[in-house]
Design a binder for this molecule. Structure first.
Ligand SMILES: Nc1ncnc2c1ncn2[C@@H]1O[C@H](COP(=O)(O)OP(=O)(O)O)[C@@H](O)[C@H]1O
Ligand SMILES: [Mg+2]
Length: 257
């Protein structure tokens, strides 16, 4: 089976005129296809930088990385990666439907025609059926994030990168979107890398949780939650195993901060 992401002694960071700034050093990480991995860590530990490297928005400083069995560039050019950020970054002059279709109509090579009905399917999947003709300023924060997720899914990516996508939402909306995201993940089989500051969210969503520390950025723990959850990765927030995983993750994060 092809791995979704595989790194060997990967060093990532930023190139300066004078020297390289290493953000995350010596990363060895393997993510299986179809996995749901959540990433927890203090600000500045390199979570966003890691997603940028996976998405081929930033070159690694050294080491190896494979994405979907190839170079990250191939995965990007073959449009196999979807990205959702904390701010929905929708185009204000396009309505919901046109924002969702955006990746499929602009930019780059390998554009495929959208299957008929694909946008309607996504509008339904994200509970946006009534909102297709609205503009971003006419939506709530939660609705805008739904549009951003639909846009990321339009080309049926095999890998979905989510960088604190629900961080700005109220708790009720966030819980609802967490459940919708799990349903989408079950249905599509896409691999998800999900960055969050919320321990609850990380434990609730992830099959595995990767905990990172800052200064220097590094991985301090990878916890496999699959033995604690059902086969389809559901769990109850009140389950004893989940509660104890949360307190372990809190301790790991505190030690890392
Ligand atoms: N474009 C950049 N150039 C130089 N340094 C950067 C750049 N972007 C982020 N950094 C630095 O890299 C480190 C990790 O940042 P980031 O990946 O955004 O952390 P996180 O997402 O975990 O909060 C931080 O110290 C940050 O200041
Ligand atoms: Mg970040």
């Amino acid at each position: 089976m092809t791995l979704a992401v595989e790194t060997h002694d990967l060093n990532i960071g930023y190139r300066n005129a004078e020297s390289d700034v290493i953000v995350l050093a010596g990363l060895n990480l393997t993510i299986e296809a179809g996995e749901f991995l959540t990433i927890l860590g203090p600000s500045g530990c390199g979570k966003s930088t890691l997603l940028r490297v996976v998405a081929d928005l930033l070159d690694p400083l050294s080491g190896k990385i494979g994405v979907l069995g190839a170079h990250p560039r191939d995965a990007r050019q073959n449009r196999q990666i979807g990205f959702v950020f904390q701010d929905a970054t929708l185009l204000p002059w396009r309505n919901v439907r046109d924002n969702i279709e955006l990746p499929a109509v602009v930019g780059g090579r390998n554009i495929r025609p959208l299957p008929l009905g694909r946008t309607d399917e996504l509008l339904t999947m994200l509970g946006l059926e009534e909102l297709g003709e609205r503009f971003p300023h006419q939506l709530s924060g939660g609705q805008r994030q739904r549009v951003a997720i639909a846009r990321a899914l339009i080309e049926e990516p095999q890998l979905l990168l989510m960088d604190e996508p629900f961080g700005a939402l109220d708790e009720i909306t966030r819980d609802r979107l967490n459940n919708e995201l799990l349903a989408i993940w079950r249905r599509t089989g896409t691999t998800i890398l999900f960055v969050t500051h919320s321990i609850m969210e990380a434990v609730y969503l992830g099959q595995r949780i990767m905990v990172m520390a800052a200064n220097p950025g590094r991985v301090v723990e990878v916890r496999d939650l699959r033995p604690t959850k059902t086969a389809d990765n559901s769990c109850s927030r009140e389950d004893a195993g989940i509660i104890s995983a949360m307190s372990d993750m809190r301790a790991a994060l505190e030690a890392a901060s």
